[in-house]
Design a protein around this ligand. Structure first.
Ligand code: ATP
Length: 891
């Protein structure tokens, strides 16, 4: 039965909707009811997009210029009745397609893992408690809480709304946020005008609310449109895209060169046509780097998986490369550099000073009067008033979990205040909240009107202390005194919060109007939020890697600076506040500020955007962290937008290129170093593969032009390309992080991928390997028959690659060390696998039949390995000369 289609939820009153599901607003379903309901309604997910059939995906692997060239080669060899060549070429095409299919599957698996990491959650009331649950476990009748930044997890009939505005543009195309309410609507208006329904997939832009679920999964309006936002794109980055273009262009060039050589060979040198055709086919198949595109995407997939394991989920893949080029990281403070486990340690009221013991949300600890004795709030009215404000102007909950540990549902700052009230033995008899002005980062305070059991009605405020002071009418000397207190507490790195209240009389106005009349300042508290040890290390690492760290926080200037000092931010004493930033008028001013200051305190989300822009005008590559809805534009604009996985809202995550699952700065540093490693592994793969093709092309071209028989046949070339691509090259994708990766300056983004130096290396190695194979071929051709000499040439080529793989482990550094030779076990495994393949092609009789190889002797192996060894040494010497010329130290 499709209830949501039959029921006109918008016409019913909120109570009628609740009655329909038999739930109460503040209790929701009990856990025991939920199981049965899951069976009845299924998961709250959308139907998966139909996947392409396996056959289609397999056939797609053949759609590539390179494969067309190979198929043409197969056709020509068939016409020449060289059946073995035909079958081998077709076999290679088939293996290539299979490998492509498997690698595609692996890459897809990596992306799916990322999607699973990003699976959304929602806050629901179950069994009278607020619980964070997986969005897919929501059932119709669940009571869901909404706050700004949330993505609405299912279609909800709103039952309570406080300034609740949602962005429905993905459903209705209407870009302006819509205000939602809980009143019934008469008639049958269109979706956009059913303003008491929150639709799945829409985004809460401000306020808070509560709703009862009326449709889930495919039954929702979103399900009907089946417009799932996938979040992660296909596996590619600018480097990979440009390499794909490069390999396509290369294929075209190779075809042209091959045809020209065919022309020269036939008309000018007048070679025998069959032999010539085969040579040209050999040239084409040899010079195309078949393995490269697949190799690059697998390297990227491995990099992305490694980052995920280190708590950084990449949503936009080009970010992997950009991360390696970052020059500035702008980070939040709370939770990212600090533990976000808040504990109140100090209280100052107009009359007294108190200290508070105990750590975390566990209410064990006591409040001590400055004279030293333990205190409960009933004895001190000044303390009691402050605690009441702290407790009731509060939307969070602290409770003892099943495991006996104290848990928080809500915000750490508020949790600390609840625990404080418990430590002061504040009696929590139920009063009633009349009105709420929720906390928003822009305002930096929260206010409620609360009825107390005594019958008294009060306006309560808590928030950033300057803000709260601005609501009170204090004399200059009083203000001066408070400022002194604030400076003392903030200077110790404590978060300072202020509290105020006023008793309301009959006929009072709304909160906003009442806040214009003076309040009584109740005092302040100092909250400790210890720095994360690992952040200290990570900041040091980033700064050594040439990256400037800037802290952008909503907290007080002194608190921020004190924390900046503790975590080791350079120039932590250069602090500017949001108000200071607002004095900037020109772009130039912003650029100066961005460069000069390290700590931006009491900042607003719009400051983040202007700072990102200022840095980018100065050619910096910027990462910016964020959690709130209003951080999204800055995150989108930044080169790498980083959203907090725990604290962050869905809106921010959507805008970000990377999501941290643990909100920890250390994960940013880890992602930077992995980003640099992945980029360098991609380059290593390219620099490893291209000389192989170069060497092969050299062998074939010189044989045609200088008129000697091919040192290696087309099928043998294909064999070499295939076995080395699936063994040797793949090992480079697993190259671990190099020691110096975080000791170098960030890579310049406009630097070419290879640059002249590496182009020179590619040519150098191609000459060494190709030349070595030709030399041995000639040596053996003089003494043995041609098939024997070819077998030697084939194995020399492979030996050259095996040794060159060792060189390729480090682009600049020496590999002549234990680490250099044995540091990546995958290289050794790949080497052994290749040895097995080479043994079989050289000695297995059926392979000898197919590939025209012959058994060779142990002495031959020693000789051809020597050529490989010479290649290795020659490349190491070349690297050493480069290091010397560029004054690089070997690490
Ligand atoms: P970050 O360093 O990550 O920017 P922050 O916690 O310092 O985080 P905000 O969350 O914007 O930044 O908070 C700004 C200020 O608002 C805090 O310093 C605090 O004084 C005040 N504040 C924070 N949470 C609340 C709350 N729930 N109610 C009232 N005031 C709050």
């Amino acid at each position: 039965m499709n209830e949501s289609n039959i029921m006109n939820w918008h016409q019913l009153s909120a109570d009628e909707c609740l009655v329909h599901y038999g739930v109460e607003k503040d209790i929701g379903y009990s856990e025991s009811q939920i199981e049965g309901l899951h069976k009845q309604y299924g998961l709250n997910t959308l139907r998966k997009e139909e996947k392409e059939s396996l056959i289609m995906r397999f056939l797609k692997q053949f759609h590539h210029v390179l494969i067309y060239v190979l198929l043409a080669a197969a056709l020509i060899t068939a016409l020449l009745s060289h059946w073995i060549d035909t079958f081998v070429i077709l076999g290679v095409v088939l293996i290539n397609a299979l490998v492509g299919l498997i690698q595609e599957g692996k890459a897809e698996q990596a992306l799916n893992e990322l999607k699973a990491f990003l699976s959304p959650t929602a806050r629901a009331i179950r069994g009278g408690k607020v619980k964070t649950i997986e969005a897919e476990k929501i059932v119709p009748g669940d009571i869901i809480l909404l706050k700004s930044g949330d993505r609405v997890p299912a279609d909800l009939r709103i039952i309570e709304a406080i300034n609740l505005r949602v962005d429905e543009s993905m459903l209705t195309g209407e870009s302006e946020a819509v205000e939602l309410h809980s009143e019934p609507i008469i008639g049958d208006p269109g979706l956009a005008d059913r303003t008491n329904i929150g639709y799945a997939g829409t985004l809460v832009t401000s306020g808070r609310g509560q709703g009862v679920v009326v449709a889930t999964g495919q039954e929702t309006e979103l399900g009907k449109i089946q417009d799932m936002m996938s979040g992660v794109e296909e596996l590619t980055t600018p480097l990979i895209r440009s390499m794909n273009v490069f390999s396509r262009q290369l294929s075209v060039v190779i075809v042209i060169v091959s045809l020209s050589i065919l022309g020269i060979g036939y008309f000018l040198i007048q070679l025998e046509p069959t032999e010539l055709f085969l040579s040209v086919i050999a040239l084409a198949v040899a010079s195309i780097p078949e393995g490269l595109p697949a190799l690059l995407s697998i390297t990227l997939a491995i990099g992305v998986q490694k980052m995920a394991r280190r708590n950084a989920i990449i949503r936009k893949l080009p970010a992997v490369e950009t991360l390696g080029a970052l020059t500035v990281i702008c980070t939040d403070k709370t939770g990212t550099l600090t533990q976000n486990e808040m504990t109140v340690t100090q209280i100052v009221t107009p009359k007294n000073r108190y200290s508070v013991s105990g750590v975390g949300y566990e209410p064990h600890g006591e409040i001590k009067h400055s004279k030293g004795e333990k205190t409960i709030c009933e004895e001190f009215p000044d303390l009691k008033a402050l605690l009441e404000s702290a407790r009731h102007c509060n939307d969070s909950q602290v409770y003892k979990g099943m495991d006996g540990n104290w848990k928080l549902e809500g915000e750490p700052t508020e949790g600390a205040l609840i625990t404080l009230a418990k430590k002061g033995h504040l009696i929590e008899r139920a009063g009633k909240r009349i009105e709420t002005l929720p906390f928003e980062s822009e305002n930096k305070y929260m206010s409620v009107i609360q009825d107390f059991e005594s019958g008294e009605r009060r306006l309560l405020v808590k928030g950033a202390v300057e803000k709260v002071l601005s609501f009170c009418d204090l004399s200059d000397s009083e203000l001066e005194e408070w400022e002194g207190q604030i400076k003392d507490l903030a200077g110790e790195g404590l978060r300072v919060m202020g509290f105020a209240d006023r008793t309301l009389t009959l006929g009072h106005d709304s909160i906003e109007t009442e806040l214009r009349k003076p309040l009584t300042f109740l005092g302040l508290v100092g909250i400790i939020d210890p720095p994360r040890e690992e952040a200290i290390r990570a900041i040091d690492q980033c700064q050594k890697a040439g990256i400037t760290i800037k802290m952008i926080t909503g907290d007080h200037a002194q608190t921020a600076s004190a924390i900046g000092k503790r975590v080791g931010i350079q120039n932590y004493s250069q602090v500017i506040t949001g108000t200071g930033l607002d004095q900037n008028t020109t772009d130039k001013d912003w650029e100066l500020c961005a460069e000069k200051y390290s700590i931006f305190a009491r900042a607003q989300p719009e400051h983040k955007l202007r700072l990102v822009e200022a840095f980018q005008r100065k050619n910096q590559i910027v990462a910016m962290t964020g959690d709130g809805v209003n951080d999204a534009p800055a995150l989108k604009r930044a080169d790498v937008g980083i959203a907090m996985g725990i604290k962050g809202t869905d809106v921010t995550k959507d805008a970000a290129a990377m999501v941290l699952t643990d909100d920890n700065f250390e994960s940013i540093a880890a992602a930077v170093s992995q980003g640099r490693t992945t980029y360098s592994n991609l380059r290593k793969a390219i620099i490893f593969i291209l000389p192989t093709n170069g060497a092969e092309a050299l062998m074939v071209i010189s044989s045609i032009l200088l008129g000697f028989s091919l040192p290696i046949t087309p099928v043998q070339l294909l064999w070499v390309n295939m076995v080395t691509a699936v063994t040797l090259a793949l090992a480079l994708a697993f190259e671990p992080e190099e020691k110096r990766v975080m000791q170098q300056e960030p890579r310049a983004t406009n630097a070419p991928i290879l640059g002249t130096y590496f182009i020179w290396r590619i040519i150098w190695v191609a000459l060494l390997v190709g030349g070595g194979a030709i030399a041995l071929f000639f040596y053996y051709k003089g003494h043995y028959n041609i098939d024997y000499a070819r077998t030697i040439a084939l194995n020399t080529l492979v030996a050259g690659q095996v040794f060159y793989l060792l060189n390729s482990r480090h682009l600049y550094e020496s590999c002549l060390s234990f680490e250099g030779l044995f540091g990546n076990p995958k290289v050794l495994i790949a080497g052994l696998a290749l040895l097995f393949f080479q043994m079989s092609i050289t000695y297995a009789p059926f392979m000898q039949n197919w590939f025209g190889t012959l058994s060779i002797t142990g002495y031959d192996w020693i000789l051809l390995s020597t050529v490989g060894f010479v290649v290795f040494i020659a490349v190491e010497i070349e690297k050493a000369i480069y290091r010397k010329l560029n004054n690089m130290k070997n690490q």
